[in-house]
Design a protein around this ligand. Structure first.
Ligand code: SAH
Length: 347
């Protein structure tokens, strides 16, 4: 049976053709799936009983099961392990921020980028997620917030969970377009952020899509050799090309690019790196987000002292680079990508 979760209204109209329904039915069904928490056709009470039965015989509405859930002690961050019908599981995080509810979605089960500091890549990549599977992470949380009855919703989405989104380009773009639709979450493009390790050709392609989402680039080192040791993809798409592509994205979309820079004690947090980072980014429409590393047990990379973090931040500020230090959220629930999933994989 065909899974219709993740279809656009236009795609639904096409799938519903054999039933010769009026066009507005597709929109009603979409609203049921994406805004009203329907998990099957039986829930769709504005469709006739007969039609509901016919549709149940032809289609399924694929929704993941919540396999595990962890709440941070301050109650602001919740991490979900969601399992799809084939048993593949991914992590999704909800962060209740002062400015609204932000969610972080995964785009692949696992990852094959091989970054030295990251938990998502430890077991390699199982597979790409479909558009519907990526969207279902947002909808599960949106449904949950609505059920709480405080009028809350998903306000911003960051595509920063497990996986390299630009290696699953079409499905991720389908997801972004759906989030924007008024029959889904109606999010503006600027409230969606995509984070990439720097897949250069797709960065250029993204700039041409006419969807001005915010772009974050995982930089983590200001110099070719060091970046290659931390991020093997840097040998294929060198640092200078990544920065050029990010600059191009900023020019085309008029959106400031954010460079993520994990701070790792005595690896990339010294004066030399601070100086190189300043000269790399000088004059760009960009900001730097410093992320004190979430140490991953298997990795032996440590977080710098608070004094070293402050020093690095102030050096950048003093040299006129826009900088923020990521607020700690969810370290007590292993919100660093991939850690909850690994716990289950390791059994
Ligand atoms: N593949 C994409 C998106 C997923 S990773 C990318 O590389 O951007 C999302 C962010 O989390 C990246 O900046 C990544 O470098 C960071 N990250 C991964 N492991 C981390 C860790 N142990 N501590 C802090 N940040 C981490």
């Amino acid at each position: 049976m065909k899974d219709i979760f993740g279809l656009t209204v236009e795609e639904l109209q096409e799938a519903l053709q054999p039933f010769s329904l009026p066009k507005y039915r597709a929109r009603q069904i979409a609203e049921w799936m994406y805004q009203r928490g329907a998990t099957g056709f039986a829930d769709m009470t504005n469709l006739s009983k007969k039609l509901r039965e016919e549709l149940s015989g032809a289609f399924v509405i694929g929704r993941p099961k919540c396999k595990d859930r962890l709440d941070s002690s301050d109650g602001h961050t919740t991490k979900f392990l969601l399992e799809f019908t084939d048993g593949t599981a991914v992590e999704t995080v909800l962060m209740r921020q002062p400015y609204g509810n932000s969610i972080c979605v995964s785009t692949q089960a696992g990852c094959n980028m091989g970054c030295a500091f990251c938990a998502s890549t430890l077991h390699g990549m199982a597979r790409n997620l479909t558009t519907g599977e990526i969207l279902s992470q947002a909808i599960v949380i949106s449904d949950m917030l609505r059920a709480e009855g405080q009028g809350e919703s998903v306000d911003t989405v960051v595509i920063m969970g497990s996986g390299e989104p630009l290696m699953n380009y079409e499905n991720v773009l389908g997801f972004v377009r759906l989030l924007h639709e008024d029959y889904v979450l109606g999010l503006s493009y600027r409230s969606i952020t995509l984070s990439t390790s720097g897949i250069v050709p797709q960065m250029y392609k993204l700039a041409e899509e006419g969807i001005p989402i915010s772009l974050s680039v995982s930089l983590h080192a200001p110099e070719q050799e060091l970046r290659s040791t931390l991020m093997p993809i840097n040998r294929k798409y060198p640092l200078v090309d990544v920065v050029r592509a990010a600059r191009h994205y900023a020019e085309v979309t008029k959106r400031r690019v954010t460079y993520e820079y994990i701070l790792i004690d005595r690896v990339n947090d010294g004066e030399e790196q601070a100086r190189e980072l300043v000269s790399l980014l000088r004059g760009q429409l960009a900001s730097v987000n410093l992320i004190p590393i979430n140490p991953v047990a298997e990795r032996h990379l440590l977080r710098p002292s608070a004094a070293r973090i402050d020093w690095f931040e102030h050096y950048l500020t003093a040299h006129h680079i826009n900088v923020t230090v990521r607020r700690e959220m969810g370290t007590d629930i292993q919100a660093a990508c991939g850690q909850l999933r690994n716990k289950h994989l390791d059994g």
